[in-house]
Design a protein around this ligand. Structure first.
Ligand code: DX5
Ligand code: ZN
Length: 236
């Protein structure tokens, strides 16, 4: 008898990295109206990653246009000042890479002190051991399924067993009375692979080029949700 498992409800978080920046506000509105749940902000500083994107002012500009969760992924070093700036700009979730902070516990506490949900981002080569002494500090864990810096890359398959390990650790924590922790995946997520990613245990899915690169946002979002539902049915 295979154990059935019910995962938290799936959430889609389109990354604005692949949006049309000449009309960003309309893009965000369109993708949310098409059924997306969160808006994912890929913040890059051309230091921690070899690319440069946008800062808190974009978050501040978009905040009044939507009640949707703004999910800020800091690919920057150092992080503490940016945590405060993005929290004040209206971020709801802030994640950062542990390699980018000399005091990871303090940086996570800073995010929560600002009233935001806090999380760590794990690059493909970053060990989940960073979770060992921080489970009570985490509201979300983000696994990178590409090496950070650019949209449109291919999904790294070794992320799947890593997702399963993270899911097992989160479930053990929650079953022992711990707070819920979202499990997010970012990079190379497509209609064609999102079912397998769900089966591995993810509940929150970042997708940039798979959504913003398409002519019909609702169609691709519906296709993703169908693939997730089929994965869940298979696990039942
Ligand atoms: C990498 C970025 C991308 C982006 C998603 O640093 O974090 O992973 O969010 O891009 P796609 O979905 O196009 O791979
Ligand atoms: Zn991201």
């Amino acid at each position: 008898m295979t154990a059935t498992r019910t995962l938290p409800q799936a959430r889609l978080a389109p990354s604005i990295l692949s949006a049309d920046f000449t009309r960003l506000g309309q893009e965000v509105s369109d993708v949310l109206n098409a059924g997306a749940d969160w808006i994912h902000f890929d913040v890059m500083d051309n230091h921690f990653v070899p690319n440069l994107t946008f800062g808190p002012m974009i978050c501040e500009a978009l905040r009044p246009t939507t009640d949707a969760v703004i999910d800020v992924h800091l690919m920057a070093e150092p992080v503490d000042a940016l945590i405060t700036m993005f929290a004040k700009a209206g971020a709801n979730v802030i994640t950062f890479h542990p390699e980018a902070s000399h005091h990871v516990h303090r940086s996570l506490s800073l995010i929560r002190d600002h009233g935001c949900r806090a999380g760590l981002v794990f690059n493909p080569a970053t060990s989940l051991n960073w979770m060992d002494h921080l489970m009570d500090q985490l509201d979300i864990v983000l696994l990178m399924s590409v090496n950070p810096g650019f949209g449109g890359q291919s999904f790294i398959e070794s992320t799947l067993p890593k997702l399963a390990q993270a899911r097992a650790r989160i479930d053990a924590h929650v079953n022992a009375g711990g707070q819920p922790i979202a499990l997010e995946v970012d990079g190379g997520v497509k209609v064609q692979n999102i079912g397998r990613i769900r089966q591995a245990g993810a509940d929150t899915f970042v997708a940039g080029s798979a959504i913003f690169g398409q002519p019909d946002y609702a169609k691709v979002i519906d296709q993703m949700r169908l693939a997730i539902a089929q994965a869940d049915a298979g696990a039942a």
